[in-house]
Design a protein around this ligand. Sequence first.
Ligand code: AHR
Length: 328
Amino acid sequence: MLFTRRSLLTVAAGGFTAAGLGVPMAWAVDLPKLKKKDKYKVGFAQTESNNPWRLAQTASMKDEAAKRGWQLVYTDAAGSAAKQVSDVRSMIAQKVDVILLAPREEKPLVPAVMEAKQAGIPVYCIDRSVDASLAKPGRDYVAFIGSDFVKEGKMAGEAFAKIVGGNAKIIELQGTIGSSPANDRMKGFKDAIAAFPGMTIIASQSGDFARDKGRQVFETLYQAHPEATAVYGHNDEMTMGAIAAMEAAGKMPGKDLMLVSIDGTKDAAQAVADGKIAVLVECNPHFGPKAFDSIVNYGNGDSVAPMLVNTDRLFTKENIASYMPEAF
Ligand code: AHR
Protein backbone atom coordinates (compact mmCIF):
# COMPACT_ATOMS: atom_id res chain seq x y z
CA MET A 1 0.00 0.00 0.00
CA LEU A 2 1.33 3.42 -0.95
CA PHE A 3 1.04 5.98 1.89
CA THR A 4 0.86 9.67 1.12
CA ARG A 5 1.61 12.11 3.93
CA ARG A 6 -2.14 12.81 4.25
CA SER A 7 -3.05 9.12 4.38
CA LEU A 8 -0.35 8.53 6.99
CA LEU A 9 -1.83 11.29 9.14
CA THR A 10 -5.27 9.72 8.75
CA VAL A 11 -3.89 6.31 9.67
CA ALA A 12 -2.09 7.78 12.67
CA ALA A 13 -5.23 9.55 13.81
CA GLY A 14 -7.16 6.32 13.36
CA GLY A 15 -4.76 4.61 15.74
CA PHE A 16 -3.04 2.13 13.39
CA THR A 17 -0.02 0.64 15.07
CA ALA A 18 3.40 -0.47 13.83
CA ALA A 19 5.27 -3.71 14.33
CA GLY A 20 2.75 -5.15 16.77
CA LEU A 21 4.22 -2.96 19.52
CA GLY A 22 1.17 -0.79 19.96
CA VAL A 23 3.19 2.10 18.58
CA PRO A 24 0.95 4.72 16.95
CA MET A 25 2.37 5.72 13.56
CA ALA A 26 2.86 9.25 14.78
CA TRP A 27 6.19 9.48 12.97
CA ALA A 28 4.23 11.01 10.12
CA VAL A 29 3.24 13.93 12.35
CA ASP A 30 5.58 16.89 12.86
CA LEU A 31 7.48 17.25 16.13
CA PRO A 32 5.19 19.35 18.38
CA LYS A 33 6.18 22.97 18.94
CA LEU A 34 6.08 24.62 22.36
CA LYS A 35 4.25 27.92 22.86
CA LYS A 36 6.46 30.49 24.61
CA LYS A 37 5.31 31.05 28.19
CA ASP A 38 6.78 32.59 31.35
CA LYS A 39 6.07 29.43 33.32
CA TYR A 40 5.45 25.94 32.03
CA LYS A 41 3.53 22.98 33.42
CA VAL A 42 6.03 20.13 33.15
CA GLY A 43 5.42 16.42 33.63
CA PHE A 44 8.28 14.34 35.00
CA ALA A 45 7.70 10.59 34.64
CA GLN A 46 10.20 8.87 36.94
CA THR A 47 11.03 5.17 36.63
CA GLU A 48 11.38 4.16 40.27
CA SER A 49 12.68 5.62 43.52
CA ASN A 50 14.62 2.74 44.98
CA ASN A 51 18.11 4.15 44.84
CA PRO A 52 20.11 7.32 45.59
CA TRP A 53 20.65 8.02 41.88
CA ARG A 54 16.90 8.18 41.24
CA LEU A 55 16.32 10.27 44.38
CA ALA A 56 19.01 12.74 43.28
CA GLN A 57 17.46 12.96 39.82
CA THR A 58 13.98 13.63 41.21
CA ALA A 59 15.32 16.21 43.68
CA SER A 60 17.09 18.02 40.84
CA MET A 61 13.82 18.25 38.84
CA LYS A 62 11.75 19.36 41.85
CA ASP A 63 14.33 21.96 42.94
CA GLU A 64 14.54 23.45 39.46
CA ALA A 65 10.74 23.65 39.09
CA ALA A 66 10.46 25.32 42.51
CA LYS A 67 13.28 27.76 41.69
CA ARG A 68 11.49 28.88 38.52
CA GLY A 69 7.96 28.76 39.97
CA TRP A 70 6.88 26.20 37.35
CA GLN A 71 4.29 23.51 38.05
CA LEU A 72 5.74 19.99 38.14
CA VAL A 73 3.45 17.01 37.65
CA TYR A 74 5.52 14.18 39.13
CA THR A 75 4.85 10.45 38.80
CA ASP A 76 6.80 7.42 40.00
CA ALA A 77 6.30 4.24 37.97
CA ALA A 78 7.65 2.12 40.87
CA GLY A 79 9.66 -0.07 38.51
CA SER A 80 6.79 -0.87 36.13
CA ALA A 81 7.05 0.07 32.44
CA ALA A 82 3.27 -0.44 32.10
CA LYS A 83 2.60 2.02 34.92
CA GLN A 84 5.00 4.50 33.35
CA VAL A 85 3.04 4.35 30.08
CA SER A 86 -0.17 5.08 31.97
CA ASP A 87 1.59 7.87 33.93
CA VAL A 88 2.45 9.54 30.61
CA ARG A 89 -1.15 9.08 29.41
CA SER A 90 -2.38 10.79 32.54
CA MET A 91 0.03 13.70 31.89
CA ILE A 92 -1.37 13.98 28.36
CA ALA A 93 -4.91 14.07 29.81
CA GLN A 94 -3.80 16.79 32.26
CA LYS A 95 -2.51 18.80 29.28
CA VAL A 96 1.00 19.41 30.57
CA ASP A 97 3.10 21.65 28.29
CA VAL A 98 6.10 19.31 28.14
CA ILE A 99 6.89 15.78 29.31
CA LEU A 100 10.28 14.79 30.73
CA LEU A 101 10.38 11.01 30.53
CA ALA A 102 13.01 8.77 32.14
CA PRO A 103 12.02 5.60 30.25
CA ARG A 104 12.42 2.43 32.28
CA GLU A 105 12.92 0.20 29.22
CA GLU A 106 13.70 0.92 25.59
CA LYS A 107 10.75 -0.69 23.77
CA PRO A 108 7.71 -0.55 26.08
CA LEU A 109 7.91 3.24 26.45
CA VAL A 110 7.85 3.97 22.69
CA PRO A 111 4.00 4.14 22.57
CA ALA A 112 4.03 6.72 25.36
CA VAL A 113 6.42 8.94 23.39
CA MET A 114 4.34 8.57 20.22
CA GLU A 115 1.03 9.23 21.95
CA ALA A 116 2.38 12.43 23.48
CA LYS A 117 3.65 13.47 20.06
CA GLN A 118 0.23 12.83 18.52
CA ALA A 119 -1.35 14.87 21.31
CA GLY A 120 0.98 17.77 20.40
CA ILE A 121 3.05 17.60 23.61
CA PRO A 122 6.84 17.82 23.24
CA VAL A 123 8.73 15.05 25.05
CA TYR A 124 12.33 14.85 26.26
CA CYS A 125 13.90 11.48 27.08
CA ILE A 126 15.89 12.08 30.20
CA ASP A 127 18.84 9.84 31.16
CA ARG A 128 17.56 6.71 29.38
CA SER A 129 16.43 6.47 25.78
CA VAL A 130 13.77 4.53 23.90
CA ASP A 131 14.36 2.19 20.96
CA ALA A 132 15.91 4.42 18.28
CA SER A 133 14.58 2.25 15.45
CA LEU A 134 11.03 3.14 16.55
CA ALA A 135 11.33 6.67 17.92
CA LYS A 136 14.05 9.19 17.17
CA PRO A 137 15.21 12.35 18.95
CA GLY A 138 14.60 15.43 16.80
CA ARG A 139 11.82 13.63 14.93
CA ASP A 140 9.51 11.98 17.48
CA TYR A 141 10.70 13.68 20.64
CA VAL A 142 12.65 16.87 21.12
CA ALA A 143 15.89 15.51 22.52
CA PHE A 144 17.69 12.95 24.60
CA ILE A 145 19.50 14.46 27.58
CA GLY A 146 21.82 12.12 29.41
CA SER A 147 25.03 10.17 29.57
CA ASP A 148 26.63 8.10 26.85
CA PHE A 149 26.20 4.71 28.53
CA VAL A 150 28.37 2.88 25.99
CA LYS A 151 31.16 5.30 26.79
CA GLU A 152 30.64 4.78 30.53
CA GLY A 153 31.00 1.01 30.08
CA LYS A 154 34.07 1.54 27.92
CA MET A 155 35.70 3.89 30.45
CA ALA A 156 34.97 1.37 33.20
CA GLY A 157 36.44 -1.54 31.21
CA GLU A 158 39.58 0.27 30.07
CA ALA A 159 40.47 1.67 33.49
CA PHE A 160 39.69 -1.61 35.23
CA ALA A 161 41.82 -3.63 32.78
CA LYS A 162 44.79 -1.41 33.61
CA ILE A 163 44.32 -1.83 37.35
CA VAL A 164 44.00 -5.64 37.22
CA GLY A 165 46.86 -5.94 34.72
CA GLY A 166 44.65 -7.32 31.97
CA ASN A 167 43.61 -10.38 33.99
CA ALA A 168 40.23 -10.93 35.60
CA LYS A 169 37.43 -13.46 35.77
CA ILE A 170 34.45 -11.17 36.01
CA ILE A 171 30.94 -11.53 37.39
CA GLU A 172 28.75 -8.91 35.71
CA LEU A 173 25.71 -7.53 37.51
CA GLN A 174 23.51 -6.18 34.76
CA GLY A 175 20.95 -3.41 35.20
CA THR A 176 17.28 -3.69 34.30
CA ILE A 177 16.81 -5.98 31.33
CA GLY A 178 15.77 -4.05 28.22
CA SER A 179 16.92 -0.68 29.62
CA SER A 180 19.36 1.48 27.67
CA PRO A 181 21.96 1.69 30.48
CA ALA A 182 22.03 -2.09 30.87
CA ASN A 183 22.30 -2.69 27.11
CA ASP A 184 24.89 0.01 26.54
CA ARG A 185 27.04 -0.48 29.64
CA MET A 186 27.28 -4.16 28.79
CA LYS A 187 28.37 -3.35 25.24
CA GLY A 188 30.90 -0.65 26.16
CA PHE A 189 32.59 -2.80 28.80
CA LYS A 190 32.69 -5.86 26.54
CA ASP A 191 34.22 -3.81 23.71
CA ALA A 192 36.89 -2.43 26.06
CA ILE A 193 37.97 -5.75 27.54
CA ALA A 194 38.04 -7.43 24.12
CA ALA A 195 41.56 -6.00 23.78
CA PHE A 196 42.67 -8.05 26.83
CA PRO A 197 42.61 -11.85 26.32
CA GLY A 198 43.01 -12.38 30.08
CA MET A 199 39.78 -10.52 30.88
CA THR A 200 36.65 -12.67 30.67
CA ILE A 201 33.07 -12.29 31.83
CA ILE A 202 32.39 -15.70 33.37
CA ALA A 203 28.81 -15.00 34.52
CA SER A 204 26.31 -12.23 33.86
CA GLN A 205 22.82 -11.68 35.25
CA SER A 206 20.45 -8.82 35.99
CA GLY A 207 20.23 -7.38 39.50
CA ASP A 208 17.66 -4.83 38.23
CA PHE A 209 19.77 -1.86 39.41
CA ALA A 210 18.74 -2.67 43.01
CA ARG A 211 21.01 -3.28 46.03
CA ASP A 212 19.28 -6.30 47.49
CA LYS A 213 18.80 -7.96 44.11
CA GLY A 214 22.48 -7.29 43.33
CA ARG A 215 23.47 -8.93 46.60
CA GLN A 216 21.32 -12.01 45.91
CA VAL A 217 22.48 -12.35 42.30
CA PHE A 218 26.13 -11.99 43.30
CA GLU A 219 25.74 -14.65 46.02
CA THR A 220 24.23 -17.12 43.55
CA LEU A 221 26.76 -16.44 40.80
CA TYR A 222 29.74 -16.54 43.16
CA GLN A 223 28.64 -19.87 44.57
CA ALA A 224 28.50 -21.23 41.02
CA HIS A 225 31.80 -19.51 40.06
CA PRO A 226 34.16 -19.45 43.07
CA GLU A 227 37.01 -18.83 40.61
CA ALA A 228 35.72 -15.25 40.04
CA THR A 229 38.25 -12.51 40.78
CA ALA A 230 36.20 -9.42 39.93
CA VAL A 231 32.75 -7.83 39.79
CA TYR A 232 31.44 -5.31 37.28
CA GLY A 233 28.27 -3.66 38.60
CA HIS A 234 26.21 -1.66 36.11
CA ASN A 235 25.34 0.63 39.02
CA ASP A 236 26.56 1.39 42.52
CA GLU A 237 23.58 -0.07 44.32
CA MET A 238 24.19 -3.54 42.90
CA THR A 239 27.93 -3.19 43.52
CA MET A 240 27.26 -2.27 47.16
CA GLY A 241 25.01 -5.33 47.38
CA ALA A 242 27.87 -7.49 46.10
CA ILE A 243 30.25 -5.92 48.66
CA ALA A 244 27.80 -6.78 51.47
CA ALA A 245 27.61 -10.38 50.24
CA MET A 246 31.41 -10.67 49.98
CA GLU A 247 31.93 -9.33 53.49
CA ALA A 248 29.26 -11.65 54.88
CA ALA A 249 31.15 -14.53 53.26
CA GLY A 250 34.45 -13.43 54.85
CA LYS A 251 35.93 -12.12 51.59
CA MET A 252 37.70 -8.78 51.26
CA PRO A 253 36.41 -6.50 48.50
CA GLY A 254 39.37 -4.83 46.81
CA LYS A 255 41.67 -7.76 47.71
CA ASP A 256 39.95 -11.13 47.20
CA LEU A 257 37.73 -9.66 44.51
CA MET A 258 38.23 -6.40 42.61
CA LEU A 259 35.24 -4.19 41.79
CA VAL A 260 34.29 -1.68 39.12
CA SER A 261 31.07 0.32 39.24
CA ILE A 262 29.06 3.17 37.72
CA ASP A 263 27.09 6.11 39.23
CA GLY A 264 28.87 8.05 42.00
CA THR A 265 26.72 7.55 45.11
CA LYS A 266 28.06 8.48 48.56
CA ASP A 267 28.39 4.81 49.55
CA ALA A 268 30.32 3.91 46.43
CA ALA A 269 32.60 6.95 46.67
CA GLN A 270 33.38 5.95 50.26
CA ALA A 271 34.04 2.38 49.09
CA VAL A 272 36.56 3.76 46.57
CA ALA A 273 38.26 5.78 49.31
CA ASP A 274 38.35 2.63 51.48
CA GLY A 275 39.97 0.63 48.67
CA LYS A 276 36.95 -1.65 48.15
CA ILE A 277 35.96 -0.39 44.68
CA ALA A 278 38.87 0.06 42.26
CA VAL A 279 37.16 2.08 39.52
CA LEU A 280 34.07 4.28 39.68
CA VAL A 281 32.60 5.94 36.58
CA GLU A 282 30.30 8.87 37.18
CA CYS A 283 26.75 9.00 35.85
CA ASN A 284 25.40 12.47 36.60
CA PRO A 285 21.76 12.49 37.84
CA HIS A 286 21.36 16.28 38.15
CA PHE A 287 19.21 16.95 35.09
CA GLY A 288 16.99 19.79 36.34
CA PRO A 289 18.95 22.87 35.16
CA LYS A 290 19.85 21.35 31.77
CA ALA A 291 16.34 20.07 31.03
CA PHE A 292 14.54 23.24 32.10
CA ASP A 293 16.97 25.49 30.18
CA SER A 294 16.35 23.39 27.09
CA ILE A 295 12.57 23.76 27.51
CA VAL A 296 12.99 27.55 27.62
CA ASN A 297 15.11 27.45 24.45
CA TYR A 298 12.62 25.22 22.69
CA GLY A 299 9.71 27.48 23.69
CA ASN A 300 11.67 30.48 22.37
CA GLY A 301 11.87 28.75 18.99
CA ASP A 302 15.65 28.23 19.23
CA SER A 303 17.02 25.07 17.70
CA VAL A 304 17.70 22.33 20.26
CA ALA A 305 20.31 19.66 19.55
CA PRO A 306 18.63 16.23 19.49
CA MET A 307 21.35 14.73 21.71
CA LEU A 308 22.56 16.62 24.77
CA VAL A 309 25.22 14.34 26.20
CA ASN A 310 26.74 14.67 29.68
CA THR A 311 30.46 14.38 30.27
CA ASP A 312 31.14 11.78 32.96
CA ARG A 313 34.31 11.49 35.01
CA LEU A 314 36.38 8.55 36.19
CA PHE A 315 37.41 8.05 39.81
CA THR A 316 39.92 5.81 41.53
CA LYS A 317 41.50 5.94 44.99
CA GLU A 318 43.90 8.62 43.68
CA ASN A 319 41.28 11.27 42.86
CA ILE A 320 38.12 10.28 44.78
CA ALA A 321 38.69 12.85 47.56
CA SER A 322 37.91 15.72 45.17
CA TYR A 323 34.58 14.11 44.27
CA MET A 324 33.38 13.26 47.80
CA PRO A 325 31.55 16.60 48.42
CA GLU A 326 29.52 16.08 45.20
CA ALA A 327 28.60 12.43 45.80
CA PHE A 328 24.84 11.91 46.15
O1 AHR B 1 19.64 5.26 33.91
C1 AHR B 1 20.64 5.49 34.83
C2 AHR B 1 20.76 4.35 35.80
O2 AHR B 1 19.50 4.05 36.35
C3 AHR B 1 21.65 4.58 37.00
O3 AHR B 1 22.92 4.07 36.83
C4 AHR B 1 20.97 3.77 38.03
O4 AHR B 1 21.46 3.90 39.32
C5 AHR B 1 19.56 4.06 37.76
O5 AHR B 1 18.58 3.27 38.33
